[in-house]
Design a protein around this ligand. Sequence first.
Ligand SMILES: Cc1cc2nc3c(=O)[nH]c(=O)nc-3n(C[C@H](O)[C@H](O)[C@H](O)COP(=O)(O)OP(=O)(O)OC[C@H]3O[C@@H](n4cnc5c(N)ncnc54)[C@H](O)[C@@H]3O)c2cc1C
Length: 362
Amino acid sequence: MSQHVVFVGAGDSNLSVLKNWKKRKLKDTTWTLVSPSRYQYYSGMFSGYTEGRYSIEDIRIDLKSFCKENGGRFLKGKVTAVDKRQKNVLTDSGKSLSYDILSANIGSTHEKPNVPGVKDYALFLEPNGQFPSAAEKLQQTEYPVIRGGDYKGVEIALSLQEWRKKHHMKTPVTLISNGPVLENEKEEIRDNVLTLLDERGIMIYENISVERIDQDVLYTENHVIPYGEVLWITGPTPPLIFQYAKLAVDEKGFLLVSSSLQSLDDSSIFASGACVTLSDYPDMLKNNSYMRKEASVLEDNIIKTLKGKKKLKTFTPPKKRELVLNLGHKKGLYIKGGKYSLDKSSWKLKKRMDKQFIKQFS
Ligand SMILES: Cc1cc2nc3c(=O)[nH]c(=O)nc-3n(C[C@H](O)[C@H](O)[C@H](O)COP(=O)(O)OP(=O)(O)OC[C@H]3O[C@@H](n4cnc5c(N)ncnc54)[C@H](O)[C@@H]3O)c2cc1C
C-alpha cells in the first residue's frame, strides 16, 4: 500500500532530505511539503541582503519548483493542528492531509514580549518572508533601531550601517541589547566586535531593557530613544502546535525528540532544527552549525522507517560549535570551538558557504 510523507516547514533539514529523495528510489511512496510561502528565505544571507550584496532572488528558494524537480507536491499553507491519532494535519486554509510519516522542521519564532507597543510598532524576522520588506524600511528610515544584541542583531546592525553609508544616509543605526552585546562569546571576541561597532559609528546601548514603544520613540529606564523603524530580535520561542497536539515538549514548549529525531510520544513524527529540543542534548544551541548535521540522520531514519526497519541512526552534535558571521564591509567573524578570526577571509568563507547552501536547492 502506498505511503505518504508530509514534510511540514521548509527548514534546512527537510529540504536536504527532499533533494536526495529521488536517488533513494522508493516505491509506492509520495510526499508533500507544506509551508506558508512559496519561497523559503535563507536567514544566513539576510545580512548580505541588507548590505545590498544580494538580490531577493539570490536569497530565496522557490519551493514550488523545488518540489516539482524532486518528485513531490508543494502545498502552500501553515499547519495549525496535528492529530496524532488520526495521523493527519490541518492547514490554515482548512485543508486536511493524512500522513504515514510526518517530518516537522518549522523553525522557532521570536518572542513578542509583553512590552507595550511592540506588537503595534516593531518589525520582526518571522515569518521569514517578511524580512526583505523589513530590511527596506530599515534602510530608508532616518532612525533605524535594532533591538537584540546577539549575533543576528550584530550582523544586521553592521550590514545596515554599511548600506546606509553607501547611500549617504547620515543618521546612524542604533543597537539596543538587553544584556552585553554577544554575551555568550568570550571577552576578547566581544571587545573586538564592540570596537568594530563603535568604529562604524553605530550607537550602542548595552544592558538596557526597552520598557515601552510609542509611535516614534522608545523608552528605557533612563533613556528616551527616537526611532523611525525598530527591528525586534530576541531569543527563540517555540511554535505552539506541538503543545496543542499533546506531544511531549520541554519546559519552554519545544518538541522533545530522541537522538533518532523522533517525537518521544510518537515514532511516526520526526522533527529537527530549531523547533525541537533533543532529550539527550537539551543544551544544544538552536543554530545551523549543529542543526545541519541532523539532515543525514533524518534522511536515513525516514527512509528506514518507510522500509519497515526498526534499527535507526542516532544523532550526535558536533563537539565544536562553528559560527560564521558577516560583519559588513567584507569583514567576517569565524568562531570554531575556542578559536576565532575576524578578517576578510572569514567573510569570504561566509560568502562561499552561503552561496553553496542556496545553490543546492535552486
Ligand atoms: C539574521 C539571521 C542570521 C542568521 N545567521 C545564522 C548563521 O550565520 N549561522 C547559524 O547557524 N544560524 C544563523 N541564523 C539562525 C538560523 O537561521 C535559525 O536557527 C534557522 O533558520 C532555523 O532553521 P530551521 O531549519 O529550524 O527552520 P527555518 O529556517 O526557520 O525554517 C522553518 C520553515 O518552516 C515554516 N513554518 C513555520 N511554521 C510553520 C507551520 N506551522 N506550518 C508549516 N510551515 C511552517 C517557515 O515558514 C519556514 O519556511 C540566523 C538567523 C537570522 C534571523
